[in-house]
Design a protein around this ligand. Sequence first.
Ligand code: MG
Length: 223
Amino acid sequence: MPNYTFKNGAIKDMPIGKIVCLARTYKKHAQEMQSEIPKDPIVFLKPATSVIFNKDSIIIPSESSYLHHEVEFGIVIGKKCSRMAKKFVLDYVSGYLVGLDITARDIQAEAKKNGWPWTISKGFDTFCPISEVISKDEITDPNNVDFSLKVNDEIKQKSNTKMLVFTIEKLTEFISHIMTLEKGDLILTGTPEGVGPIKEGDILKAELKGYCNLQVNVIKRGK
Ligand code: MG
């Protein structure tokens, strides 16, 4: 797998590992999807092969005609950890990024209706654009970071990690009790309200305010 890019070249050789995603972690997003906030976070995986980087293109696959953007705050794991206590989890974090959990909403709706996994709707190539990584020491409070997404220069999603139903520490602790987290793994912490469709030709600009930007465009897979 390709390596992360760290801002200022802080760390060079860290290949992207598994991508653990969370759903319904923001109240208003759960409401817009007519869903309840669960007692424990909902967890699913995206393959590392879905990652693309700044200035790359999201490709609309021929299997879907309705993609949605979901901007998310990401946690990059720097050291192997398992069953961590909440107060120590940040010691195992290397940094943070802004990412997009691109979703084939038509395929996901079908899966939800039938009780099937979300893997197909979340797992196509190019469905996980990520920014460079900001080292942990630069972001002193990960539970208070503004982030946003513009589509064609219009603000579509804007929130702050303090709106998360669970703290960054709690989410990381929770996942580490299910699966061992390894160096290079990425946690995408879920999306705030404002998700919506993207189409061929759109330009998406995400940012962690004051830290980093991510820009990708949308193209259609050639026949
Ligand atoms: Mg998501």
